[in-house]
Ligand binder design. Structure first.
Ligand code: C5P
Length: 206
């Protein structure tokens, strides 16, 4: 079984993808981490993330970088969304994502273009997880507060809006639901409700 989970930042797609992987006994790939590693590598190498050639050079990051806690920060998320607009960067990460998805036994991948670009034909179930910008900002804000990060709701809201805009407006592989995706709006849902709804939706699709 191959499951594609796409959606905007802080929509709950990562939590849902992990829960689906556990429920169906499948390996999981958080593809955002790959773009985050490119953004982080650009900083480490002093490359300009907005320059397509320099960003492409950052795609040669070492695998160990994927474990760097710095990858989880909102700052790296912003860098990831800047490097991810370059078609060369997306192409450089394409095969890695496809071969993970097509491994024997199946897989769960979450990202922005899994159901539309990476495995549009191969996915057995496609979910597009979303929530209002206000709900996503307040979730991210609470998460950061509990991690002891000093920030404000206004700052988080502005970051989320900037990231949404860049992800939705880029020419190559913009964030949008696949035509055959089940759209799950988690705005009013608790985590457990969202997970159960996602499991039910996948069972209906396969
Ligand atoms: O999902 P996450 O917040 O970790 O993704 C970071 C950024 O990487 C996103 O804002 C998006 O610009 C980019 N990304 C992408 N395609 C994916 C996954 C992430 O463009 N499949």
């Amino acid at each position: 079984m191959i499951i594609a989970v796409d959606g905007p930042t802080a929509s709950g797609k990562g939590t849902i993808a992990r829960a689906l992987a556990e429920e169906f006994g499948l390996p999981h790939l958080d593809t955002g981490l790959l773009y985050r590693a490119v953004g982080r590598q650009a900083v480490i190498s002093d490359f300009n993330p907005d320059d397509p050639v320099e960003a492409l050079c950052a795609c040669g990051f070492p695998d160990e970088l994927l474990n760097d806690p710095e990858l989880r920060t909102e700052e790296t998320g912003g860098l990831a969304s800047r490097v991810s607009v370059h078609p060369g960067v997306r192409e450089a990460l394409y095969e890695r994502q496809r071969s993970f998805a097509l491994q024997e036994g199946g897989a769960v991948l979450d990202g922005r273009d899994i159901g539309t670009v990476i495995i549009p034909e191969e996915a057995d179930a496609k979910l597009f997880v979303t929530a209002s910008a206000a709900a996503r900002a307040s979730r991210r804000f609470r998460e950061m507060q509990s991690n002891g990060v000093e920030t404000t709701l206004e700052e988080i809201t502005a970051q989320i809006e900037a990231r949404d805009k860049r992800d939705e407006e880029r020419e190559d592989s913009p964030l949008k639901p696949a035509e055959d995706a089940y759209v799950l709006d988690t705005t009013l849902m608790k985590k457990e409700e969202a997970i159960s709804a996602a499991i039910r939706a996948v069972k209906r699709m396969v």
